[in-house]
Design a protein around this ligand. Structure first.
Ligand code: ADP
Ligand code: ZN
Ligand code: ZN
Length: 749
């Protein structure tokens, strides 16, 4: 990492450009010893000064127009070679600039720019000497006061010290100049790190691993010893003790002198989870997530970078943790769509973790009760991953029985309400016994599909097999290929008039529940009731403490909660997920139902799950009810294969947005033409679908249309998109819509 010349190669951070600009700058003599790869610098660029990153050293091709680096922004490099390599890979994979990727990687660092430049004042002489000086200062009481204050509380800033001694900064500086006091630069982490040496908590090893856990851990430990890139898919049912395997694997990585990061979905990063890690690894743990305030996040980042905190627990962005020698990457609930960043730089934390592990010879553990099809396929015969299975709950606790309730029957019986008779009866029983109930509703803003309430028919696109979505123009549309039909007045299958669009919110469910169970204490948890800070915890605590009988909620309550008194989970309707206009709808339904079912019967009381649906014959519902991942996979995989969807193919989305819909649609057609031309000329078997309105066809006055690309190789998809972006950028200055690219999107709202 030592420089080899007087010229540095610098990526200049030009916000507006998607491409990298690497420029040579001369290194002034005074920077020669401090400048390294990874240093963040200030450079003159045209008339401005911009930030840049040193990515190498070397001679420029010509000496003309070479300018000098103006300043160094940090005391030490902000990224390592490993992370620079990662940024380059991200720029290739996600079609962003390396500068953008670097920004994302070091973002906790960037949040604290000015704060850390503060100088701390400490005594420069021994205590006795200073006291003598103070004693001799009878004619300079202000200076004496400053010295006394500096001895009493070393480490204050100039301003703070001046305030303490009731004088001005000038007096403090005078004493520094005289050599009585010293100004030291300290990084924020040194101020308050609280680090007190390695610490493993007592109680470690108190749990006796069961046979499946032991087998899994043995293989992971062997791979860690081996020190080579290796990926495991830990497929364990809910409550099978995956977390314990993670904790032991982390301990094993530490033994090898490596660091470990464990990623959990946003929603699962609960205080209980953090406590669990801290109980095992004490102060070796750093928690990294984007919700942390600037300084706290920076301190955690520093502790990771320095090696003080070799165990990182965090959400998506913690995958960039600056560990000096990473050895283990754990992704819990690896199927979760929240691992994909869905704005701006659309990276997938699982892909990034795999890349970093490959670069650093690390082990990856992907854990889930319901693995993504992508991961399960790779863990199959001859695949890249090793499959580790935990098929039973700890202590062989049974998984709760799941009853599927056919809502079509309810209509036939004359019950047009939200609750089936069966669910009403089950809830009443729980209320009598003073047990608790969770009612779950998956609500997505764009779940605007049409269902026949007599026969359960949902209208789908004949070529894409995704549900058609009801639009304001009164037509039903496919969001992938733009196929459309008029809304039928009679069901095409059973001729019922009872075909209409569907959707019920949590508020409606709450109203209905209050009407049916006036004596019950009911709380609702969704984005409306939890927008205020702390309200999430308040609702959960009220429920945990038994002050609430029925908790009604969305995705938020589906995971992570360990509530022993919950003996009934009701899914109000499985169809809102099942008929999302997305090729992953069935997979999401299976995952969600499995997760929700995992909330019931976790204590000593037996649990029960009821799932209401108009399509009880759907394989994802049947498989979830049977707790049978294998059977779900066997039904879903052929559908994906036949329609050319991931994991057998790759998909990309080009989202176009603009305030004027006419200009937008014209632009979308132009983009389609361009893409087809590129595809034909380079002879790639890529299909270009659309343009079609996106499921959320308008956000904040911006209309949204999309093109969907399907092809067998990620790289060719990416290359085609890259070329189209370059052409749109350079050759079509009149092209107005904003363009957003997402390769292998996790959802397309
Ligand atoms: P998962 O993450 O697979 O859903 P958890 O890790 O939450 O499962 O484990 C469920 C419960 O079982 C936890 O309370 C955990 O402490 C406990 N547990 C895990 N392993 C063992 C074991 N070997 N013996 C006893 N209890 C265990
Ligand atoms: Zn029908
Ligand atoms: Zn279609």
């Amino acid at each position: 990492m030592v420089k080899t010349g007087l010229y540095a190669e610098i990526i200049v951070d030009l916000a507006v450009r998607k491409t990298d600009h690497v420029f040579h700058y001369a290194v002034p003599q005074e920077f020669e010893d401090v400048l390294q790869i990874g240093s963040r610098v200030l450079v003159p660029f045209r008339e401005r000064q911009l930030a840049g990153y040193v990515v190498g050293f070397g001679l420029p091709e010509s000496q003309v127009h070479i300018r000098e680096i103006a300043g160094i922004l940090d005391e030490e490099p902000v990224f390592s070679l490993e992370l620079l390599e990662l940024a380059r890979w991200m720029s290739e994979s996600y079609l962003c600039s390396t500068a953008e990727a670097l920004q994302r990687i070091i973002s906790p660092r960037l949040q604290v720019k000015s704060g850390r430049e503060v100088r701390r004042i400490i005594p420069a002489l021994a205590g006795e000497e200073l006291e003598q000086i103070v004693a001799s200062m009878s004619r300079a009481p202000r200076q004496a006061a400053v010295l006394r204050a500096a001895m009493a509380s070393p480490g204050l800033s100039v301003k703070e010290l001046a305030a303490t001694a009731e004088t001005t900064s000038k007096t403090v500086k005078l004493l520094v100049d005289k050599g009585y006091l010293a100004a030291v630069k300290k990084t924020a982490s040194q101020d308050t790190s609280g680090y007190d040496g390695p610490q493993f908590a007592a109680g470690y090893g108190a749990l006796q691993l069961n046979a499946d856990q032991t087998t899994a851990l043995e293989q992971i430990e062997a791979a860690l010893k081996n020190g080579k890139f290796n990926t495991f898919l830990l497929h364990g049912v809910t409550g099978s003790g995956k977390t314990e395997v993670y904790l032991r694997a982390i301990a094993a990585a530490l033994q090898e002198g490596r660091q470990a990061v464990a990623l959990v979905p946003e929603i699962a990063l609960t205080p209980q989870m953090i406590e669990l890690f801290q109980a095992r690894f004490g102060s070796l743990v750093a928690v990294l997530h984007s919700g942390l305030a600037g300084t706290a996040r920076y301190q955690a980042w520093r502790r990771v970078k320095s090696g003080e905190a070799p165990v990182v627990l965090g959400t998506r962005s913690a995958v960039f943790a600056p560990m000096p020698r990473p050895g283990l990457f754990i992704i819990d609930e690896e199927h979760e769509s929240t691992y994909k960043q869905d704005d701006h730089l659309r990276y997938h934390a699982r892909e990034v973790a795999l890349k970093r592990a490959q670069q650093s010879g690390s082990v990856v553990i992907l854990g889930s009760a319901t693995p993504s099809l992508e991961s399960y396929l790779r863990a199959g015969k001859g695949g890249l991953y090793h499959l580790l299975e935990l098929p039973a709950r700890i202590g062989n606790h049974p998984l709760p029985p799941v009853q599927v309730v056919d809502m079509r029957e309810e209509i036939r019986r004359g019950n047009r309400g939200i609750f089936s008779l069966s669910l009403i009866e089950a809830i009443s029983r729980r209320l009598e016994r003073h047990e608790q109930v969770i009612l779950f509703l998956n609500r997505r803003g764009y779940a605007n599909f049409v269902v026949c309430r007599e026969c359960g028919l949902v209208l789908k696109c004949p070529s894409c097999d995704i549900s058609l979505t009801y639009h304001l123009d009164g037509r039903l549309r496919c969001h992938y290929c733009n196929y459309s039909i008029t809304l039928p007045t009679l069901c095409p299958k059973c001729s019922s008039k009872n075909i209409r669009h569907f959707g019920v919110g949590t508020q409606k469910v709450e109203e209905e529940a209050r009407r049916l169970f006036p004596q019950a204490k009911i709380l609702r948890m969704d984005s409306d009731t939890t927008s205020r800070r702390g309200s999430h915890e308040r609702i959960i605590n009220s429920f945990r403490d038994g002050h609430t009988d029925i908790l009604i909620g969305t995705q938020m309550i589906a995971k992570g909660l360990d509530l022993p008194k919950v003996t009934l989970v009701g899914v109000i309707n499985a169809d809102t997920t099942l008929h999302m206009p997305d090729f992953r709808a069935a997979e999401r339904t299976f995952q969600l139902l499995t997760q929700v079912a995992g909330r019931a019967g976790r204590g000593s009381l037996a649990g029960e799950v009821q799932v209401q649906t108009y399509t009880p014959e759907h394989y994802s519902i049947i498989a979830a009810a049977a707790h049978d991942y294998e059977s779900f996979y066997r039904s879903e995989a052929p559908v994906r294969r036949a329609l050319g969807y991931p994991p057998f193919n790759h998909l990309a989305r080009l989202l176009l947005t603009y305030a004027d819909e006419e200009i937008l649609t014209k632009g979308a057609l132009l983009a389609k033409e361009l893409l087809e031309k590129i595809v034909t000329s380079c002879n790639h078997p890529i299909e270009v679908l659309g343009p079609a309105p996106a499921p959320l066809s308008r956000i904040k006055g911006q209309f949204r249309w999309q093109l969907v690309l399907k092809g067998p190789h990620r790289n060719t998809l990416k290359d085609v998109l890259k070329e189209s972006l370059i052409i749109l950028d350079k050759e079509r200055p009149a092209f107005k819509p904003s363009v957003h690219v997402d390769i292998n999107p996790q959802g397309m709202s």
